[in-house]
Ligand binder design. Structure first.
Ligand code: ADP
Length: 624
C-alpha cells in the first residue's frame, strides 16, 4: 500500500480506531465463550460415559455433590446445562457490543468520508472536472464509499474473528490430542485456498454484472430524459429493442454469477463435510482404542464445524478487502487532486488544512477589465483565444459577438477564474487575475448562462442562492429588472412555487430571466450575460436591456450575444472569429465599415437596403 494510501486510511480511521479495537475485543470474548460450550459438553459426556464426577469439571462436580447428593450425575448435567445458557448469554452481550461499536464507528467514519470527498470535489478546479467523466465521479462518491462502508461495518471485525478463532482453537485442539488436531485442520488450508481463488476469479463476473446493470440503468435514464425525442422520431420500437438487449445481457450475466456461486457453495460444502468426516473416522478409531473419550471427539467435531464457516468466509472477506482497497485508491485519487485555491491563490473558502498562499488580493470591486495580448489554450489543445487585447472601464458595457466556437464563452470562463490564462494577460481592476483572491473574484462577478442551472427548490430559494439574506425590496427590483415579476405572479404559489422535477417546468426564457434576477440580486461589480437573452422574446429583451442601461456607470456589463440587438447600445463591441479579435468599436462604426459585423447586421436585417450595396461578403462561419 502506498504511503499516501496509508495516510488516507490513517486519517480516515482517526478517532475511531479504539472503537474498532474494542469491537474486535468484544468479538473475541464472545467467540471464546462460545468455544467453551463444546468443552462443557465434553466434560458432561465424560461424566456420563467415563468415571462419573471424577471426569467432570472439578468446580461443577463439587457443586453437584453438595447440592444433589442422591443424584450427583443428574445434578452435574443440570449445572452444565445452566452453565451453557449463561455462557451463551454472555456471548450474546458481547456480540451486542460488537455490533453497536462497529455500527457507530463505521457509520460515523463513512459519513466523514462522504462529506470530505464531496467538499473536496466542490473545490476541485474546472480542469479536473473537464477531465473526469461525471458518471465516474458519481460512482466514486457513491459505490466506492459504499464498498468501504461494507468493509468497515462487517468485514474488518470478521477478519479479526477468524484470526482469533484459529489462534485460540489450534492450541486447544493440540492440547486435547495433537494427532487428531492435525487431522482436524488438514483440509482447512484447501478450503481457504479454494474460497480465496474462487472469489478472486469471480471478481470479473461481479464487475461484468455491475456494468450490465449500469448500462441497463443508463439506457432507461436516457430514454426517460429524452422521451420527447424518442416519441417525436417514433423511436419506441428501436429503444425497446435496445433496452431488451441490455436487459437480456444483464440476465445472462446474473445467471452466470448465480450458477458460479452455486458451484462454489456446493463444492465447498463437500470439502467441509469431508473435513468433518475425516475427524469422525480418525477420532472414532481413537475412541475405540481408548486414546480419546467420546466427549473429546464431540468437542473436536463441534470446534471443526465452528471454525470451518469463518475460514470459508475468509476467502470472500479477503477479496472484499481487496475491493475496499481499490475503492480507497479511487477515493484517494480524488482527495489527492489539488483543490482550486491550492492551484492558484488562497481564499477564505479554502479548507483549513490548506493554508492560503500569500499575495492573493481581494478584488477592488470597480469593474475594470483588461486583456493584454491574451492567448489561451485548454490543457492539451491548440489556442482558442489568440492575442486578444481590449479594455473595459468601470461601468461600461461590452458586447462580444462571433460565431459559435470563436472563444466567447472561454473568455467568460477565464474571467470567472475557472481556467488560468498566462500571467499578466488578463486583469481585473488592474490586478492580474492570477493574483486575485478567487472567492472575492466570484463575489464581484455574476454570470448568467444561456442554459442556467436551477435547483429543484422554490423560486425564491433559487433567486436567493448566495444572497440568502437579501433585502425583499432588492429582490423585487431585481425581479422587475429581469422582467420576472409578472411571470412569478402568474404562479398560484408565487415565489414559493417549486420548480424542477417535483414542481412546475419553466420555459427557456423564464429560466434565463430567473437566472438574470438571481445575478442582479448579487449587485455585482461585473455582470456577464453569456448569450443569456437568447430565449426571451424581442419585447422582453428591450425591457431588460433598458433596465440594464440604467445601471450604466455603476455596473460593468459584458453581453455575449448572437442577436446584435442585444449589443447595439454597448460602449464597445468585440467581434471574435476563431479566437482572434476581428473588429472592435461601437455599433454604428462597425455597421458602417465593411467586415464581419456588417455582414452579421445584414443577415439579421439591421441594415437599410441602400447600405447593402457595398457589402463585402465575409465568411464569419456557420451560425447556430
Ligand atoms: P463560443 O462561446 O464562442 O461558442 P467557446 O469558448 O465555447 O466558443 O469554444 C471555443 C473553442 O474552445 C471551441 O473550439 C471549443 O471546442 C473549445 N472548448 C470549449 N470548452 C472546452 C473545454 N472545456 N476543453 C477543451 N476545449 C474546449
Amino acid at each position: 500500500m502506498s504511503n499516501t494510501l496509508h495516510s488516507h486510511l490513517w486519517a480516515l480511521t482517526r478517532g475511531y480506531r479504539h472503537r474498532f479495537a474494542a469491537a474486535v475485543a468484544a468479538m473475541a470474548l464472545a467467540s471464546l465463550l462460545l468455544l467453551s460450550v463444546p468443552l462443557i459438553a465434553k466434560y458432561a459426556l465424560d461424566v456420563v460415559m467415563e468415571d462419573g464426577l471424577a471426569s467432570g469439571i472439578p468446580l461443577l462436580a463439587t457443586m453437584a455433590a453438595a447440592l444433589t447428593p442422591e443424584h450427583p450425575l443428574l445434578g452435574y448435567l443440570s449445572l452444565s446445562g445452566v452453565l451453557v445458557v449463561l455462557v451463551t448469554l454472555g456471548a450474546g452481550v458481547f456480540h451486542y457490543f460488537r455490533g453497536r461499536l462497529t455500527a457507530t464507528a463505521s457509520e460515523a467514519l463513512i459519513r466523514r468520508l462522504r462529506t470530505g470527498v464531496h467538499a473536496h470535489v466542490e473545490h476541485l478546479p474546472a480542469v479536473w472536472h473537464d477531465r473526469m467523466d461525471t458518471g465516474d465521479v458519481v460512482q466514486r462518491c457513491s459505490s466506492d464509499v459504499e464498498t468501504l462502508r461494507v468493509f468497515f461495518s462487517g468485514d474488518l471485525v470478521e477478519i479479526g474473528r477468524a484470526l482469533i478463532l484459529v489462534a485460540v482453537l489450534l492450541p486447544l485442539m493440540f492440547w486435547l490430542d495433537w494427532a487428531l488436531a492435525l487431522v482436524a485442520v488438514a483440509l482447512m488450508p484447501v478450503i481457504f485456498a479454494c474460497a480465496w481463488v474462487f472469489f478472486r476469479r469471480v471478481q470479473f463476473v461481479f464487475k461484468a454484472t455491475d456494468e450490465a446493470e449500469a448500462e441497463l440503468t443508463a439506457c432507461l435514464q436516457e430514454n426517460l430524459t429524452g422521451i420527447r425525442v424518442v416519441r417525436a422520431f417514433s423511436r419506441q420500437p428501436f429503444e425497446m429493442e435496445r433496452f431488451g438487449g441490455y436487459n437480456a445481457a444483464f440476465r445472462n450475466r446474473y445467471q452466470r454469477l448465480i450458477s458460479l456461486m452455486a458451484v462454489f457453495w456446493s463444492g465447498s460444502d463437500l470439502l467441509c463435510s469431508a473435513q468433518i468426516g475425516l475427524v469422525l473416522i480418525v477420532g472414532g478409531s481413537f475412541v475405540a482404542d481408548g486414546r480419546l473419550t467420546v466427549g473429546d471427539l464431540f468437542a473436536f467435531l463441534t470446534w471443526v464445524a465452528m471454525v470451518i464457516w469463518p475460514v470459508r468466509q475468509l476467502g470472500r472477506i479477503l477479496t472484499d478487502a481487496g475491493k475496499a482497497s481499490v475503492s480507497l485508491v479511487r477515493l484517494a485519487e480524488v482527495l489527492d487532486a489539488a483543490v482550486e485555491e491550492q492551484v492558484r491563490s488562497g481564499s477564505p473558502d479554502t479548507p483549513p488544512a490548506r493554508p492560503a498562499s500569500a499575495g492573493a488580493a481581494p478584488v477592488a470591486g470597480r469593474g475594470a477589465i483588461e486583456a493584454r495580448g491574451l492567448t489561451f489554450a485548454y490543457p492539451g489543445g491548440s489556442p482558442v483565444l489568440q492575442n486578444l487585447s481590449f479594455r473595459v472601464n468601470p461601468g461600461q458595457t461590452l458586447g462580444i459577438v462571433g460565431p459559435p466556437g470563436s472563444g466567447k464563452s472561454t473568455l467568460v470562463r477565464l474571467l470567472l477564474g475557472f481556467y488560468d490564462p498566462p500571467p499578466g494577460t488578463l486583469l481585473i481592476d488592474d490586478v492580474p487575475i492570477e493574483r486575485v483572491d478567487r472567492a472575492s473574484l466570484r463575489d464581484q462577478l455574476a454570470v448568467v448562462l444561456q442554459e442556467p442551472f436551477l435547483y429543484s427548490r422554490s423560486l425564491e430559494e433559487n433567486l436567493r442562492i448566495g444572497r440568502e439574506d437579501a433585502d425583499p425590496a432588492l429582490l423585487t427590483t431585481s425581479m422587475d429588472d429581469a422582467a420576472l415579476t409578472e411571470t412569478v405572479a402568474a404562479f398560484p404559489e408565487g415565489l414559493a412555487t417549486r420548480i424542477g422535477e417535483r414542481g412546475v417546468n419553466l420555459s427557456g426564457g423564464q429560466r434565463q430571466r430567473l437566472a438574470l434576477a438571481r445575478a442582479l440580486l448579487r449587485r455585482p461589480a461585473v455582470l456577464i450575460l453569456d448569450d443569456s437573452l437568447s430565449a426571451v422574446d424581442a419585447h422582453t429583451e428591450v425591457h431588460v436591456l433598458e433596465r440594464l442601461a440604467r445601471r450604466r456607470g455603476r455596473q460593468t456589463t459584458l453581453i455575449v450575444a448572437h442577436r446584435l440587438s442585444a449589443v447595439r447600445d454597448a460602449d464597445q463591441i468585440l467581434v471574435l472569429g476563431e479566437g482572434r479579435l476581428l473588429q472592435q468599436g461601437r455599433h454604428h462604426e462597425l455597421a458602417a465599415a465593411a467586415g464581419p459585423y456588417r455582414e452579421l447586421c445584414r443577415q439579421q436585417g439591421l441594415l437599410d437596403d441602400d447600405d447593402d450595396e457595398d457589402v463585402t461578403v465575409w465568411r464569419v462561419g456557420d451560425e447556430d
